[in-house]
Design a protein around this ligand. Sequence first.
Ligand code: SF4
Length: 223
Amino acid sequence: MNRKGVLEAIYTILYGRYGSQNWWPYTDVKNKGFEICLGAILTQNTSWQNVEKALENLKANNLLSINSIDSVNFERLSTFLRPSGYFNQKAKKLKAFVRFIIKNYDGDLKKLLSLPIDKLREELLSIYGVGPETADSIILYAANKPIFVIDAYTKRVMSRLGFGEHSYESLQSLFMDNLSLDTEEFNEFHALFVRLGKEVCRTKPKCSVCCLKGSCHYPSKVV
Ligand code: SF4
């Protein structure tokens, strides 16, 4: 089977096992795009459960908007972000993110998100605190444009499955060069890797219950 076939087979197996993941989560449909951007920054180096607590704090204090994040006192913002860890750094990142939109896009997130993918990615990566995974999460989940997000779970699963691509860029190219550019499928595929990585292909993998064990090359795999 060629690589396209292998990737499609992995997707089919994961989707068959876990179904739709409804990712990325958000609570307020009016502020969906901005909430996803905030979550994409806050989830750096922490679990989603911790991000949810920080987002709840922001929501409870009417801080789910570009202008409110821009105007809120830095220390106050840091306090609300405390559950997500690295809260001073993250407060600085959120401040930088909204200032960028205010300065360059009249405070209108939609204007930024409506850019073509390459330009949007370039713009996002120019913002303090936004790296490839955060930028791509925003492009895929907030802008609804087809780019494949690579995270630590995807890297671990793909490596254990025997793929030789290890860098962010090479893994991203592997998916994007071999699959059709389908936002919905990229959305689900990434979310399914997260699900598998959290529940089964953990640091100490539970190979005996893994739906991918038939195609896995991991040395300690239990079949
Ligand atoms: S068989 Fe084991 S190592 Fe391979 S993907 Fe599944 S859990 Fe991970």
